[in-house]
Design a protein around this ligand. Sequence first.
Ligand SMILES: NC(=O)C1=CN([C@@H]2O[C@H](COP(=O)(O)OP(=O)(O)OC[C@H]3O[C@@H](n4cnc5c(N)ncnc54)[C@H](OP(=O)(O)O)[C@@H]3O)[C@@H](O)[C@H]2O)C=CC1
Ligand SMILES: O=C(O)CCC(=O)C(=O)O
Length: 425
Amino acid sequence: MAVLTPTVTLDQEINPWEAQSARFEFAARKLNLDEGLWKVLSSPSREVIVHFPVTMDDGRIEMFTGYRVQHSQARGPAKGGIRYSPDCTLDEVRALASWMTWKCAVVNIPFGGAKGGVICDPHKMSKGELERMTRRYTAEIIEFIGPEKDVPAPDVNTNEQTMAWIMDTYSMHMRQTVTSVVTGKPLTLGGSRGRTEATGRGVMVACDESLRYLKIPIDGCRVIIQGFGNVGSNAARLMMEHGYKIIGIAEKDGGLFNPNGIDVHQLVEYKYRNNTLLGFRGAEAMPSDELILSECDILIPAAMENVITSRNADKLRCRILVEGANGPTTAVADEILADKRIFVVPDILANSGGVTASYFEWVQDRQGYFWKEAIINEQLETILRDSFDDVVRYAEAHNVNNRIAAYMLAIDRVAHTIKQRGLYA
Ligand SMILES: NC(=O)C1=CN([C@@H]2O[C@H](COP(=O)(O)OP(=O)(O)OC[C@H]3O[C@@H](n4cnc5c(N)ncnc54)[C@H](OP(=O)(O)O)[C@@H]3O)[C@@H](O)[C@H]2O)C=CC1
Ligand SMILES: O=C(O)CCC(=O)C(=O)O
């Protein structure tokens, strides 16, 4: 049975909220989920939309629109990143918030799900403009966030500096320093060792476990990665150091291909200096959309949504797809990948290393005691390996693919908590 009928329009197919809802409904039906719980879980519990002014460097006032959507707080405070993007929409943030609920449940950490976004083009803004925008956005949503309510983190185009501004703005309003209001902060402001690399590290663990499950050796395993930001660059570096061969890296302005492997350390250095991958001498230039269709063992989309759709899924030439990004594959494409027998590690499992390390950061901030990096990495890897195992065993037991298994496992855990709390009496 198809998760989403292939007769949907492309607009419907690439709407992230539709993509999330299609998988939720399919998994809920399989679970025979109680009708009331279905209603509770199929829409976010709170959607905040704010319009706010920012003084730009030239003295102009610009109005910005921001969102913070909380999907569920049943298992604990809502948790999830904030993204800055000109294409950010409410439906996208809704979907991302729901994916956070399922992701935290898959790795069994005590959080619900939320996500935030501001419509802006951060590449065209100065540091001062970004700081003023971040502080004003924080002030606008301040009553809805907090260590016990909703804990933001970095996502696309936000980073530890953004988190430092949010933490400082929140603390100014509370009249005391509250580090645990956000995660992904700089180390000196209550950040955690290992958080910056955590999502990439988790992606590597997902690749290791997939290979172990499929009985394929790691050494020389050929990998193509789309996106060379936080997730993509850290996954690429850690994986190269671990014996993988990174043969392709695709970014918005073009891709790089080298069948003998790209030196990721040199590429990180090059991008830092030039702010682009273009012109790097250690690989051939190749258009990004062509690169992600090239033959490889593992493809890792680690940039954005809707990269693999009904238009290109049948052209993929990878054996394993590990979703570093949120929502890179549409529900229609899922069916095509299943027909091609591509082994998929879904986003809510594959990129869960970030929120798992965020959980460690939140715990450390509240304890006021900071752990060594080796302990963080070890605990992160244990949680991710166990969660991978839970998902693939669930998939085998229920004869569903890994994505539906992850949704079923997560929905069941959240539903159980709601019933236990008696929220649904
Ligand atoms: N950061 C985290 O901890 C987590 C992130 N994720 C998800 O991972 C994905 C990437 O996030 P993150 O690495 O943090 O974001 P970043 O902003 O750090 O990096 C995104 C990268 O993707 C590139 N990119 C953007 N559009 C395209 C495109 N069309 N083709 C190829 N590359 C593109 C960007 O290039 P440019 O800068 O030129 O636009 C940038 O290098 C997102 O889906 C995010 O939600 C999931 C879990 C945790
Ligand atoms: O670290 C976090 O809290 C959330 C990261 C995030 O936004 C995500 O996993 O998509």
